[in-house]
Design a protein around this ligand. Structure first.
Ligand code: N01
Length: 540
């Protein structure tokens, strides 16, 4: 560890917080392309970011594996094969470890180092970063690569501390796993995570009780191993796939149809949806171009998907609870699954509607509902999501210009310029920060774009002798207005309880956080900003 023995903080050109997809690539660019003295600070004892922490049963990426990988290097690309249509958690973690080795990144990654605070010094234009262990380091450029979904949201349900059994949050899963055999398991949450976890937990648990507050759509993933021919084909089509993911609004390797559901007759709708259901995965959302902007069009998809739930789930009362969905399809992040609804046909699996009968408290024996009914449990799994986008940033005590604090500046919601820069916090770059398309896209593509844009910006500043660059308040103000307008042009805000709006965390300001204008448009805006000499930034 490189801390000067006289107590002076070790100094770097750049510090990066986080060693997931974003942090690894940012290190590579700043160190190997720009030649900066760079260090990554990572809380975990290994690289991988979200894929380090999320080891829950069934954890798998919903992006198809040939698009869930870096595209910046053909050589790196060709050095790795995924084995399935959707990569599992362990395989993605192995991929990121491979990347760390392939690019010789490890020597500049400091593990088991959680950043607690960062303060900007206006006299020197340097950041001082303080770790939880009390180590201090300084840098000119500070880049957060902390992920959007890394702050676990364990609901504040009274009595949790009295529970006699074991409880876990999916985003903080123990490395040794959890043994469900012979156990009565309760799972709270039916988002993408819960929908992946329940079928796997049900394979070994004695009983599985799913506590559902909001019923959810899901489309079969139709995961399968990739044949050697398919792997070869995907490797050969590198350029085509790279260009495709960079040219679609949500960065997936397929185009969104220009056809409108609202203009089809019933027979065509049924045929197209049935075919998309058979193909499976997030491609279902792309079957028509108006599903996210026209409520009538969306209703046709919603009706089809609710019908599928009633077809699969044999008990009509269970089917009614699972299909009682209150929001448009894909207004919340649409899950994809392997046998989710079918799992409820197993005699030892049940769903409890906790909107009708809410969770009152946790008691030593299990979960008690408002009605007084107690569900006795040995294990509780919280698949309750994250304090998304702002949570990981606000977990660091940022002190900007004039002693201002990020937690105060964002008390009414985040304010960024393009998701990557915050007024009042010079030389700080936030990869996939609030106001970026990030979570509305296949994450790797926005991550690569952000990381490259940040590296280009730092390179330009250094070439021009600029020591300090800072987003202008007016630019951030206008951007947040644009983010809001982009969301309001879609049906996304209609899911009033979504984490996109911060609605899953009590007391969090209701602000639509990701940029819904699409990755293609976002890239154009970022490019225009840099081409105009970093418009919306003050520098000196
Ligand atoms: O979390 P969520 P997640 N009592 O917030 C419920 C990504 N992801 O971990 O909807 C009872 O979506 C909550 O209910 P409600 C993906 O972007 C990616 O599932 O708030 N229930 C909801 O059902 C995803 O969107 C992959 O009413 C409570 C659930 O918990 C994001 O991660 C795979 C509750 C939380 O759903 C988050 O997904 C998996 C309470 N007190 C996830 N509090 C990939 O493929 C919360 N809930 C890459």
């Amino acid at each position: 560890m490189e801390t000067a023995s006289n107590g002076t903080p070790a100094s770097y050109d750049a510090l990066i917080v986080g060693a997931g997809f974003a942090g690894l690539y940012q290190l590579h660019l700043l160190r190997d392309r720009l030649g900066l003295k760079t260090r990554v600070l990572e809380a975990a004892d290994g690289v991988g970011g979200t894929w380090y922490w999320n080891r829950y049963p069934g954890a798998r990426c919903d992006s198809e594996s040939h698009s869930y990988r870096y595209f910046f290097s053909r050589e790196l690309h060709d050095s790795w094969d995924y084995s399935e249509r959707y990569p599992g958690q362990e395989e993605i973690r192995a991929y990121l470890n491979h990347v760390a080795d392939h690019l010789d990144l490890r020597r500049d990654i400091q593990l088991e180092t959680r950043v607690a605070a960062a303060a900007f010094d206006e006299k020197t234009n340097l950041w001082t970063v303080t770790t939880k262990a009390g180590e201090r380091l300084t840098c000119r450029w500070l880049i957060t690569a902390v992920g959007c979904l890394s702050s676990a949201n364990v609901p504040d349900i009274p009595g949790l501390e009295t529970f006699k059994g074991e409880w876990r949050h999916t985003g903080r899963w123990p490395h040794e796993g959890v043994d469900f055999a012979g156990k009565r398991v309760g799972q709270v949450g039916t988002g993408s995570t819960g929908i992946q976890a329940a079928p796997v937990i049900a394979e070994t648990a004695k009983t599985l009780t799913v506590f559902q507050r909001t019923a959810n759509y899901s489309v079969p993933a139709r995961n399968h191993p990739l044949s050697p021919e398919r792997k070869r084909e995907l490797t050969e089509r590198f350029e085509e796939i790279r260009d495709l993911v960079r040219s679609t609004p949500n960065a997936h390797p397929f185009r969104i149809s220009a056809d409108k559901a609202a203009e089809q007759d019933a027979e065509t709708l049924a045929q197209r949806y049935e075919k998309a259901w058979e193909i499976g995965g997030l491609r279902f959302r792309a079957v028509f171009g108006d599903l996210l902007v026209d409520k009538g069009a969306n209703d046709t998809a919603a009706t089809f998907l609710k019908g599928k739930i009633r077809e699969i789930v044999k008990d009509p009362a269970t089917a009614a609870v699972l299909s009682n969905i209150d929001h448009p399809y894909a207004a919340k992040r649409p899950p994809i699954d392997t046998n989710y609804f079918d799992t409820f046909n197993k005699p030892h699996v049940a769903v409890i509607d906790v909107r009708a009968d809410p969770i009152k408290r946790i008691v030593p024996e299990g979960i008690e509902l408002e009605s007084g009914k107690v569900h006795e449990l040995d294990v509780i799994v919280f698949a309750t999501g994250f304090d998304a986008m702002t949570g990981p940033l606000l977990a660091i005590d940022f002190e900007g210009v004039g002693g201002r604090r990020l937690k105060d500046d964002w008390a009414a919601g985040p304010r960024t310029w393009m998701g990557v820069a915050v007024p009042g916090y010079p030389n700080l770059f936030t990869v996939t920060g609030p106001g970026s398309p990030s979570v509305l896209a296949n994450m790797i593509v926005p991550i690569e774009q952000h990381v490259e844009w940040i590296a280009d910006c730092i390179e330009t500043m250094r070439a021009e002798g600029v020591e300090r660059i800072e987003a202008e308040p007016a630019a951030a103000e206008a951007w947040m207005g644009h983010v809001n307008d982009a969301a309001n042009a879609t049906l996304l805000p209609e899911a009033g309880h979504s984490w996109y709006l911060g609605a899953n965390v009590p007391g969090k300001p209701r602000v639509f956080m990701p940029y819904a204008g699409g990755m293609v448009r976002f890239r154009e805006i970022c490019d225009a900003v840099s081409a105009a000499g970093y418009a919306g930034f003050a520098r000196n």
